[in-house]
Ligand binder design. Structure first.
Ligand code: HEM
Length: 486
């Protein structure tokens, strides 16, 4: 009994001392945040795993201001200057919980790599996604959107179509075709590929990240988890391996692709700059995930807000249909000059950012000045796109879908500085030119061919009613399509 009392007493003393340290003495104690979050990681993880973290972070910024202490060692920063101070630095890497490698994988990807390897990967991958290389992909992107339209022609005769599902098939097919000249065939089969379920299962990814906050649990699970639990992941690696092998047999593919660019890189680069085989596979999977789900969000987000705002929809349809004499004249170069279309896209990325969650980074040993604050080493810092883009400090009427704000400049220069949906710096989005091309072409060609509307009896939910597991958990979006030429 006495021993038990001693143990309980010691634990109590430890917890009390730690609480006093965290709240009053810790280097981050000058930053405010909810006490329960500062004392324990649990509330943060509960919000995260119930799909509500970005919404809660926004509320915390509204309560506590631009810098919020969201955990003992983590700050969320809602100041445009933070974009440059955090993401332009090569030594600000993802914290270990967020930059891990899949179980059993030794090779790094862009997400997990230390700074030098990351720079080597980007040097090899950037040419494949430059503006120039992306222009060469336009016929491929166009062909898959044509295929989508021919599928929609049929599907729409039976009733409203789920734009989320069809956008998902299209973006997955396009990124796989651009990667290794062979798509996953989703549009052909009008069904998702089995791997999409695993690759895009972000809830599982969040659970894995949560466990990493408790290293003892992480180690225990690594020991007791049977190998069979990772069989699907291994199947994906095997399939990737086989697809790469099949692509290497093709001497002259019918169009430029990522593997072709990498082959050239491997032939021309100095040994130290070359990719290792396993690194190619891991990075290709990163590109496939990064280049599909994000665009599905953007396309469905655009249609969601267009349907919810008939004024914007009719203005956009007018711009598109009055700018071209026939469908064949539509191309991305011309679309890049349509002001309203591009404003609709930016406004979509503001309200439905494909990465709404926090873009976490760890302050290096030298510390950092972020938005004027001296932040100690090993602090996790982040900007949350959701909080920043919906902030009333930078955007007027922040909850409304108003593409005009990007044309008439009503929000001033600070809005542009706050708005970086593709992030900044050495870890910014690799596929921004491709993303803009796909969004412009897909939205335009759908609105060129169809009048779109919500079917009688259907109603739109609010976009923000959807949960966020790192990215949006998108519910079906049923759209009635009627062919303009029919
Ligand atoms: C609207 C569409 C897209 C948006 C808004 C978007 C946004 C972003 C953002 C914010 C990041 C930084 C993530 C972080 O710091 O943790 C990122 C990284 C990345 N994106 Fe995109 N993305 C889009 C489409 C694409 C496409 C089409 C590709 C295909 C190539 C792509 C490939 C990547 C890759 C590989 C990274 C990791 C880069 C690195 O760590 O060096 N993304 N994206």
């Amino acid at each position: 009994m006495a021993l038990l009392q001693k143990v309980v007493g010691t634990i109590f003393l430890y917890v009390l001392t730690k609480a006093i340290y965290l709240i009053y003495l810790h280097p981050l104690s000058k930053y405010s945040g909810p006490k329960s979050w500062i004392l324990s990681r649990i509330p943060y993880l509960v919000y995260m795993n119930s799909g509500k973290l970005p919404f809660r972070i926004k509320e915390l910024h509204d309560t506590y201001g631009s810098v919020v202490r969201v955990s003992g060692d983590e700050l969320s920063i809602n100041d445009p200057q933070a974009w440059r101070d955090i993401y332009n630095r090569r030594d600000m890497l993802r914290p270990s919980q967020w930059g891990g490698r899949p179980p059993g994988v030794e090779a790094h990807s862009l997400i997990s790599a230390p700074a030098a390897d990351h720079a080597r990967f980007r040097k090899a991958l950037n040419p494949a996604f430059s503006e120039k290389a992306t222009r060469e992909y336009e016929p491929v992107v166009r062909a898959y959107i044509e295929k989508l339209l021919s599928r929609l022609d049929v599907a729409a005769t039976k009733g409203p179509v789920d734009i989320v599902e069809w956008a998902n098939f299209t973006t997955f097919d396009i990124i796989s075709e651009i990667t290794w000249s062979k798509s996953y065939g989703c549009l052909d089969k009008a069904t998702g590929h089995a791997f999409m379920g695993v690759l895009l299962h972000f809830q599982a990814f969040l659970v894995a990240a949560s466990i990493k906050y408790f290293p003892w649990l992480d180690r225990l699970l690594a020991v007791i988890t049977p190998k069979s639990a990772f069989r699907l992941l291994e199947d994906i690696f095997q399939d990737t391996h086989e697809r790469l092998h099949a692509r290497s047999m093709i001497k002259e593919p019918s169009h430029a692709d990522l593997v072709g660019h990498l082959k050239l890189h491997q032939e021309q680069a100095a040994d130290a700059d070359k990719f290792r085989e396993a690194e190619i596979e891991q990075n290709i999977l990163t590109v496939i995930v990064g280049g599909s789900e994000t665009l599905t969000t953007a396309i469905s987000g655009a249609f969601h807000h267009l349907l919810a705002s008939p004024r914007v929809l009719s203005k956009l349809v007018h711009e598109i249909r009055s700018s071209f004499a026939k469908e064949a004249h539509i191309d991305t170069n011309a679309l890049s000059k349509l002001p309203y279309l591009n404003a609709v896209i930016d406004e979509t990325l503001r309200l439905c950012p494909p990465f709404p969650d926090m873009l976490r980074r760890q302050v290096p040993a030298s510390g950092a000045i972020i938005a004027g604050h001296a932040i100690p080493s090993h602090t996790t810092v982040s900007v949350s796109c959701y909080s920043m883009f919906k902030s009333a400090s930078y955007f007027s009427d922040p909850d409304s879908f108003l593409p005009e704000r990007w044309i008439d400049g009503r929000d001033g220069a600070e809005a542009r500085e706050a708005f970086h949906p593709f992030a900044l710096g050495p870890h910014n989005c690799l596929g921004q030119p491709l993303a803009r091309m796909e969004m412009r072409l897909m939205i335009t060609l759908i609105l060129w061919r169809y009048d779109v509307g919500i079917s009688k009896g259907d109603s739109l939910r609010k976009w923000d009613e959807q949960k966020i597991y790192w990215t949006w958990e998108k519910q079906p979006l049923l759209v009635g399509l009627s062919n303009v030429d029919a």
